[in-house]
Design a protein around this ligand. Structure first.
Ligand SMILES: [Cu+2]
Length: 139
């Protein structure tokens, strides 16, 4: 027996690393490129109106804006440790097809929504988060 137990682990460990390295590099490249439309945003876009979810089931402000009517880019950042959402409503009517979701601490989401002038409610619709309400002024 030519000492298989001594050579063996060293050799196989090194072999595994050699095989794993290109794979890890490929993952790194994929995640840094991004670009897929369905992939969640990892950073807040420049120029976005940013809302933060903070601990205590609150938004970071009671009122946001004023922003200009038209296409409004909204960013949502989670400074809390649980999942939050962001929807908009005006005159008790939900703004259709717009919902931002931040699943955990540090998560961000963003989206563009077309808004007329007026006062909107910013709402987190997670059950039990009824206190997460703020105003958004659009003019
Ligand atoms: Cu919430």
């Amino acid at each position: 027996m030519p000492q298989p137990s001594f050579i063996g682990p060293e050799g196989s460990k090194f072999g595994l690393m050699k095989r794993a390295l290109p794979f890890l590099v490929a993952i790194g490249l994929l995640s840094s490129c991004g670009g897929g439309t369905s992939a969640p945003a990892e950073t807040l876009p420049t120029g976005a109106m940013v809302v933060e979810a903070v601990s205590g089931l609150r938004f970071d402000a009671a009122e946001y804006g004023p922003v200009k009517a038209g296409e409004v880019l909204i960013g949502y950042s989670n400074e809390d440790s649980i999942r939050h959402t962001l929807i908009l409503a005006k005159d008790n009517m939900k703004v259709a097809n717009f919902k931002l979701v931040v699943a955990n601490k540090g998560a961000v989401d963003s989206g563009t929504v077309t808004l007329d002038a007026g006062t909107y409610e910013v709402i987190c619709d997670v059950p039990g988060h009824g206190n997460m309400r703020a105003k958004l002024i659009v003019e």
